[in-house]
Ligand binder design. Sequence first.
Ligand SMILES: [Zn+2]
Length: 190
Amino acid sequence: MRHLLLALPFALLPLVAAQGHEHGHDHDHEHSHDSLGAHEHGVASLNAALDGNLLELQLESPAMNLVGFEHAAKSDADKAKVAAAKRELEQPITLFALNSGDCKSTEVELESPLFGDADHDHDHHAHEGEHSDIHAHYRFECAKANELKQLDLAELFKRFPATEKIQVQLIGPNGQQGVELTPAQPRLSF
Ligand SMILES: [Zn+2]
């Protein structure tokens, strides 16, 4: 199935260019990374596209924000944390407060080294480095998409309090917007 977000060009908005901190290059500190780019604990990114009655969301977050650690879960306590985070992420209508618009989730994809089989993780991410991401990809069909007025991340911030800000790129009926949302300012109009 063709993914809407992949079909849409995301221009680099000023927000993206401004990601670096005033103290200089991200490469200088602990989060020196390969081509995957920046991964800063507390910060996540969300791409959102609303086209007709199709809504698509892509959340990319350090596992730290959602689970509290980034290593492969070995202990029962860690496994329970991963399972709990996964359960929350599998409820996108609640997580993204999609109460208006009569939206139904038609596709949910979660990917993370933390969700994989522990034996296989030995071969891959678990020992490669200390950082792991969680990707969540959602598609919705919204029968009354015109009633979708805003994207509201308040519930997501509440359920995952280690998430301090989410850099949002949104394409909707009013064009493209790049905005940084926080628990204090969690909403963005479509
Ligand atoms: Zn990390």
